[in-house]
Design a protein around this ligand. Structure first.
Ligand SMILES: Nc1nc2c(c(=O)[nH]1)N[C@H]1C(S)=C(S)[C@@H](COP(=O)(O)OP(=O)(O)OC[C@H]3O[C@@H](n4cnc5c(=O)[nH]c(N)nc54)[C@H](O)[C@@H]3O)O[C@H]1N2
Ligand SMILES: Nc1nc2c(c(=O)[nH]1)N[C@H]1C(S)=C(S)[C@@H](COP(=O)(O)OP(=O)(O)OC[C@H]3O[C@@H](n4cnc5c(=O)[nH]c(N)nc54)[C@H](O)[C@@H]3O)O[C@H]1N2
Ligand code: SF4
Ligand SMILES: [Mo]
Length: 731
């Protein structure tokens, strides 16, 4: 494949932008945007070049490794699988299937190997399955299930055709959208305004997205639920709802009207941190626009009010007639119509709980906020062995320091990852997949959430090494090792032989053939993997079309405006609504993302680390002045569960009373195999977040709203002591 340019996608984030990768010999020499890509049309962000950086990173593991003392030594694949099989089967024989836990991280969803992640999880028969979903979109899935009857029916924001885009708790100019796949979000937002539409951003920080908008509303962290209730009051009492749409589509209107009768903007304003006139105007403008859409994401998801806020977002879109309508919230028609079958998938909500009995299972998972506890707490049913796949929960989940400790206490731990990270450093064996540029793929997840129907192919840039395995092959081998088999020596080999033939791409081909554009439906003109593979930038399958009536899975086939458990949670919130500070802590800590970071794992790529230190605490000038904090100086940030020291960045972009620190940093632990990252390690903000503060419906941790105090670092001991993993709070 020398001296060639190959079209594929950047698989680092959900946008999956089309890229053109030029290689000379074994070296990637250039990565640029693919103008022929049907979705991204040539757009890429600065992270795209990291696809080359990852491939060439000398720290990337290329063979399986086994822990010997404090370091790792290479071992062969067969030996690794044999040992893993023996150890995991021994744990299960002694303590039962749930003694083996599994965590699946975010990049799993970025390749079709995830099919085998789910297969392995099923074969384990464990109750202790966790994933990044419970520190991400769980509240949105829960609400989709309760309102539309299927968790996958998380609506897509029709950004390219709307007249009014209102963004809450998302920064797509940096993140490029999530659960609404919108590569080049910045350009799409600009286009809304160019065609005469309006963009509003509701966010405690004046973000990169807010700078592109007509208006920025600096809500109080966690205040959105009150803001939206105030808006609903205005919409209902001023007769601004689309009654025809409500009658045709929705159930629960009378109850909803009663509910918001008392949530006046004047009452809600103080809790929202937004004045009543603004709330009234936001409601009236939403109703008056020919089409309008509220789009909400991580900033409101990772909150104790995560599910409530997403419910109100969908509700406002629905009652203003903007659900399942061009320019509002819509549903895609992807080549494998997962959304159509979502209603048949049991959610098993509350089928079991975590060990403390506090958190409920949801679609076969427990929330990751209880993982450390379920490993550490004494008792017969604790987790004794772990499998992690494409995740770094020590940096990505609340009170990561406890998890750091918990992983060290396990009897056995196997990780599937290409790096020795803050998490995988505790593994007994690490199994690395080939680099993303060495695999061919066809992603079926993101077309479900894309702003336009499409399907695209990921061509391999390099041949995989002779002994390299893709994630799915590793997962299939693990599955063979854990699944109960008689006469394992013979049957194990036979099963491996069968699974090797069932590559995700083969399964995908079969699924596409039976899908809405497939040959079974469209005959010879139908979509096939070969046809998709032969295009320069994928196949455009047309604009989104209204189709909720066909997809909806609720009993009465109506959108449920007032699901009982959401109502109960709302009453609890309204009863305790107050804006007082939390015993000695006087600032609200939220998160932020940067264009050159991707969660925890691009800090080892030199081109991603240029520029000033990004792991800082953003503080408003007034808050800095009253606390004696100066720009660039180290500050001590304390919460009820942890303390870190981090440099101050003074900026009036942040709302007074709020501070922001990015997650995914903290690469300073001994044994971590990230040499570049270790030189600029930053600190792990998740040490400050309390795993017991969760969304009551889904257990999703509220890492976007933690009470902290910030003070200047006064002694050297302060600095030396408090920026390590797991240091408890001083007071
Ligand atoms: N405080 C705070 N915490 C947060 C968030 C926040 O906003 N604030 N955001 C949350 C969100 S939205 C998410 S999605 C999570 C992410 O949390 P995680 O999924 O736990 O962590 P990542 O940082 O994405 O780590 C991914 C790991 O997968 C490895 N990896 C990358 N590609 C592959 C691959 O193809 N195969 C395999 N086997 N491994 C691979 C990387 O080396 C890395 O170790 O973090 C969450 N945590
Ligand atoms: N460059 C880059 N891109 C990424 C990622 C990355 O790490 N880096 N991660 C990817 C992943 S896994 C995901 S899930 C997506 C996430 O995509 P986004 O949801 O767009 O991510 P964030 O940038 O965390 O945006 C959250 C916003 O919510 C605001 N916020 C915090 N608290 C509140 C609140 O109470 N109310 C309101 N209204 N706003 C609040 C924050 O200030 C922030 O601007 O991004 C993806 N894309
Ligand atoms: S936005 Fe950036 S990181 Fe995400 S897919 Fe596109 S180029 Fe890759
Ligand atoms: Mo995420």
């Amino acid at each position: 494949m020398d001296g060639k340019t190959i079209a594929r996608q950047c698989t680092l984030c959900e946008a999956h932008c089309g890229i053109l990768v030029t290689v000379e010999g074994e070296q990637v020499t250039r990565i640029e945007g693919n103008p022929d890509d049907v979705l991204s049309k040539g757009y890429i962000c600065p992270k795209a070049t990291a696809m080359g950086g990852l491939h060439h990173d000398p720290d990337r593991l290329r063979t399986p490794v086994r822990r010997v003392g404090d370091s790792f030594e290479p071992i062969g694949w067969d030996e690794a699988f044999r040992e893993i099989g023996q150890r995991l089967r021994a744990v299960r024989a002694a303590h039962g299937p749930s003694a083996i836990g599994m965590y699946m991280g975010n990049p799993a969803a970025h390749s079709s190997s995830v099919i085998y992640g789910v297969a392995l999880r099923t074969a384990l028969l464990t109750r202790n399955f966790f994933s990044a979903s419970s520190i991400d979109q769980f509240p949105q899935e829960f609400v989709a299930w309760r309102m539309f009857g299927a968790n996958v029916l998380m609506p897509v924001t029709d950004i390219d055709r709307t007249d009014r885009l209102v963004i809450l708790g998302a920064n797509p100019a940096v993140s490029n959208g999530s659960i609404t796949t919108m590569p080049g979000a910045k350009l799409r937002i600009r286009d809304v305004r160019k065609r005469g539409g309006t963009v509003v951003v509701i966010d405690p920080r004046r973000t990169e997205t807010a700078r592109l908008a007509d208006e920025h509303v600096a809500v109080r962290p966690g205040g959105d639920v009150y803001l939206l209730l105030g808006m609903l009051h205005v919409l209902v009492t001023e007769g601004l709802c689309d009654e025809r749409a409500v009658r045709a589509q929705c159930a629960g209107w009378d109850e909803l009207s009663g509910l918001v009768a008392t949530t006046t903007p004047d009452r809600m304003a103080v809790h929202a941190g937004v004045d009543a006139d603004t709330i009234r105007r936001l409601a009236r403008d939403h109703a008056a626009a020919p089409s309008a859409v509220l789009y909400a994401r991580i900033g409101v998801c990772l909150q104790t009010t995560g599910a409530l806020t997403h419910w109100l977002v969908n509700t406002i879109n629905a009652v203003t007639g903007n659900l399942d309508r061009v320019g509002g919230q819509m549903f895609a028609t992807p080549p494998v119509d997962i959304a159509r079958y979502g209603k048949y998938l049991p959610m098993g909500y509350g089928a079991w709980t975590d060990r403390s009995g506090t958190q409920k299972s949801f679609r076969g998972e427990l929330p990751v906020s209880v993982l450390a506890q379920d490993i550490l707490a004494e008792g017969p049913d604790r987790i004794r062995a772990m499998i992690t796949y494409a995740g770094n929960p020590v940096l990505s989940t609340p009170q990561g320091g406890r998890l750091d400790e918990a992983l060290e206490s396990l009897d056995f731990y196997v990780a599937i990852d290409m790096y020795v990270t803050e998490t995988t450093r505790h593994a007994d064996i690490i199994l690395p997949p080939v680099s993303p540029l060495e695999r061919e793929d066809l992603n079926l997840v993101f077309p479900v959430f894309s702003v336009r129907n499409n399907v695209r192919f990921d061509a391999p840039v390099f041949e995989p090494p002779a002994d390299g395995l893709e994630d799915w092959q590793i997962l299939a081998r693990l599955l063979t090792e854990v699944v109960p088999l008689p006469a394992r020596r013979v049957t194990g080999r036979a099963l491996t032989g069968v699974l090797e033939q069932l590559s995700p791409l083969r399964l995908t081909a079969a699924a596409i053939a039976t899908g809405p554009y497939g040959i079974l439906r469209k005959g010879r003109k139908g979509l096939t993997v070969n046809r998709i593979r032969s295009t320069a930038g994928g196949v455009d399958l047309g604009p989104l079309v209204p189709r909720l009536r066909e997809l909806i899975g609720t009993k009465d086939r109506k959108v449920q405006l007032t699901p009982p458990d959401l109502l109960a949670a709302l009453h609890a919130v309204l009863d305790e609504a107050d804006t007082a500070t939390s015993a000695g802590y006087d600032l609200q800590l939220i998160g932020r993302r940067h264009l050159r970071s991707n969660n925890s794992w691009l800090h080892n790529i030199p081109s991603m680390m240029k520029g000033r230190d990004r792991c800082t605490v953003l503080v408003h000038p007034d808050d800095a002045a009253t606390r004696g904090l100066a720009d660039g100086d180290p500050a001590r940030v304390e919460s009820s569960v942890g303390t870190i020291v981090v440099p101050v960045e003074v900026s009036d972009d942040i709302r007074p009373g709020v501070v922001a620190i990015p997650h995914g940093w903290g690469h300073r632990e001994p044994g971590v195999g990230w040499q570049v990252a270790a030189a600029q390690p930053g600190v792990n903000v998740n040490l400050l977040h309390d795993p017991t503060r969760t969304d009551p419906l889904t257990g999703t941790a509220a890492v976007n709203n933690t009470w902290v105090r910030v003070s200047p670092v006064v002694t050297e001991r302060d600095a030396a002591d408090s920026d390590r993993i797991g240091v408890p709070a001083a007071g």
